[in-house]
Design a protein. Structure first.
Length: 94
């Protein structure tokens, strides 16, 4: 059965350290990365901004979907390149 994300947060191109539910735990159900031109990368950090959880890349003009759920026990910080945007599918703060 597919999971349905009760919340989502968009992060625009060239987003610098965008905080999602900082200090609160949440389950991330997926991240969708879309390229608006050339290849680009999204960096996913713990909310402190120092611990890298994962980098996600999208090819030029393409979309990458990460659909492996994980617990973000203190929220997330997302940084996007100048040519990619992303949507984080997640649960409300708990």
């Amino acid at each position: 059965m597919a999971r349905i994300a009760p919340k989502y947060t968009h992060v625009a191109v060239n987003g610098s350290a965008v905080s999602i539910q900082s200090g609160d735990s949440m389950t991330v159900l997926g991240i969708i990365v879309e390229s608006a031109g050339t290849q680009g990368t999204v960096l996913v950090h713990q909310s402190d901004g120092t611990t890298l959880i994962m980098p996600l890349s999208a090819v030029a003009g393409g979309t990458t979907v990460m659909n492996i759920p994980f617990l973000a026990h203190t929220g997330l910080t997302i940084t996007t390149d100048a040519n990619v945007r992303c949507t984080v599918l997640h649960t409300p703060a708990s």
